[in-house]
Design a protein around this ligand. Structure first.
Ligand code: UDX
Ligand code: UDX
Length: 459
């Protein structure tokens, strides 16, 4: 079949895979190829056992795979035939050299840009999908257009705002799609080309076009604002615990102010995920780079508060459990960074597990989707202090404490009388997500400690 347009995405990860599946399902006349250097990932995308868990994803992939959605490891050939190339390779925080711990590691992005240049024999539109520091597009444009005599590249920015667990809904019904491009006739035409893809299903007024730098910075700013709300409410949670106020009531009261709004005000053990911390640190690095140390310090505090929240949670556990947890069995309910995903990148549970093991507790990890990732994440720790157990009831057997790490719905619905009966006494319950009914658990016999609201102790 002849396709009207050919789209390629390099990087078949959490962002690239679902985004391309939705584009392919909504644009049947467009050929969509997803390429990745990881052969296993590419193979898995073509089975019933997709490499990432995302509600609704499988159905969307099934509508298009083999029709106009294809997966390949042959990145070079895919580049040669594409008109529009989305780049969605990972851009982790640098772990070495200048900017280590803050700046983005751009080596995969740059390597990909060079490969695009080498394999291209016709003009291409290259779209940044990965989150990148502001002005990366400009650098990419230079790399791409250097030595490219008969071929021209237009570099656009189209940041992704999808959240894991709701990726398909976010893609099908986005608040907005943002496309940044050069303010030239060519640039505007390239932007319109990408707009025309999304316009298959997104109302035109929700597709925003800006200059490239605004688009790049909007992504970092959106994530910084969202994360800041969580750190802000978590800071208030700490104060609530001292004063006897209830953070849920405070969040509800302030959230009814339309200017504040109710979302992203759940006090928790802290935010995780691949984006928030990375993007804020990126913003911090940019501010420092551009000589704005006070602005940098302002945003860095959002990350510090998040780390403080996790440490505070662990300190509280130790204090309540008579100041020692050596040899005590502690069941962590959930390891994913939030519910409905198997993703554990930057998950608060990882930090909590590490701190508990440093105190020589025996940690039992349970999670409905993330146990494989947990095993990998905790591989460097003494394995005799860790048990991985898919069944939460078994995980709690003989434990001194259960700590809720992820707000999986299933943890609200467990039979806590049964759990209580199988645990060591006194039995402790630390709710890092505020999902449990404190009074009901207290009545069963637990000492219960939620975040930012009064707990109930039997001691
Ligand atoms: C994305 C974005 O790229 C990141 O910038 C954003 O902040 C979070 O989401 P994500 O899709 O979650 O990253 O990353 P990941 O799941 O790691 O997928 C990236 C894929 O790119 C991997 O499958 C990797 O194999 C592939 N890759 C990486 C390449 O194909 N080529 C490379 O050179 C490097
Ligand atoms: C986020 C952004 O929401 C998304 O727009 C962007 O594209 C990528 O980063 P994601 O990381 O998938 O998405 O998850 P999100 O739902 O934003 O949650 C991030 C973290 O914050 C999770 O650990 C979550 O549990 C925590 N969180 C969220 C809270 O602790 N309290 C809240 O009120 C909301």
């Amino acid at each position: 079949m002849e396709f009207a347009k050919k789209v390629l995405c390099i990087g078949a990860g959490y962002v690239g895979g679902p985004t391309m599946a939705v584009i392919a399902s909504k644009c049947p006349e467009v050929k969509v190829v997803v390429a990745d250097i990881n052969a296993k990932r590419i193979a898995d995308w073509q089975t019933d056992n997709l490499p990432i868990y995302e509600p609704g994803l499988e159905a969307v992939v099934k509508t298009a795979i083999g029709r106009n959605l294809f997966f390949t490891t042959d990145v070079s050939s895919a580049i040669a035939e594409a008109d529009i190339i989305f780049v969605s390779v990972n851009t982790p925080t640098k772990t070495f050299g200048i900017g280590a711990g803050k700046a983005s590691d751009l080596q995969y992005w740059e390597k990909t840009a060079r490969q695009i240049r080498e394999c291209s024999h016709s003009d291409k539109i290259v779209v940044e999908k990965s989150t990148l520091p502001v002005r990366t597009a400009e650098a990419m444009e230079r790399i791409l257009n250097a030595n490219a005599e008969h071929v021209h590249f237009d570099v656009l920015s189209n940041p992704e705002f999808l959240a894991e667990g709701t990726a398909i809904q976010d893609l099908l019904n986005p608040d907005r799609v943002l496309i940044g491009g050069p303010e030239t006739a060519r640039g505007r035409a390239a932007v319109e080309d990408v707009v025309s893809l999304y316009a298959h299903w997104v109302p035109r007024e929700r597709i925003l076009t800006t200059n490239v730098w605004s688009s790049e910075l909007s992504k970092l700013t959106a994530n910084a604002f969202l994360a800041q709300r969580i750190s802000s409410i978590n800071s208030i949670a700490a104060l609530c615990e001292e004063t006897g106020a209830n953070v849920e009531e405070v969040a509800h009261a302030i959230g009814m102010d339309k200017r504040i709004g109710p979302k992203f005000l759940h006090a928790s053990i802290g935010f995780g995920g691949s984006c928030f911390q990375k993007d804020i640190l990126n913003l911090v690095y940019l501010c420092e780079h551009f000589g704005l140390p006070d602005v940098a310090a302002y945003w860095e505090q959002v990350v510090s508060m998040n780390a403080h929240q996790r440490t505070r949670f662990v300190s509280n556990m130790i204090a309540k459990m008579f100041n020692t947890i050596v040899g005590k069995r502690i069941a962590l309910f959930g390891f994913a960074f939030k519910a409905d995903t198997g993703d554990t990148r930057e998950t608060p549970a990882l930090y909590v597990a590490r701190e508990l093991i440093e105190e020589r507790a025996h940690v039992v990890v349970t999670d409905p989707k993330a146990l494989d990732n947990a095993r990998r994440d905790l591989a460097d720790l003494p394995q005799d202090l860790i048990t991985y157990e898919p069944d939460p009831y078994k995980a709690a057997e003989g434990a001194h404490a259960v700590a809720i790490m992820t707000e999986w719905k299933l943890y609200k619905e467990l039979d806590y009388s049964r759990i209580y009966a199988s645990m060591e006494k006194p039995a402790f319950l630390f709710d890092g997500r505020n999902i449990l009914d404190v009074d009901a658990l207290y009545d069963i016999g637990f000492s219960v400690y939620p975040i930012g609201r009064p707990g109930k102790s039997r001691l």
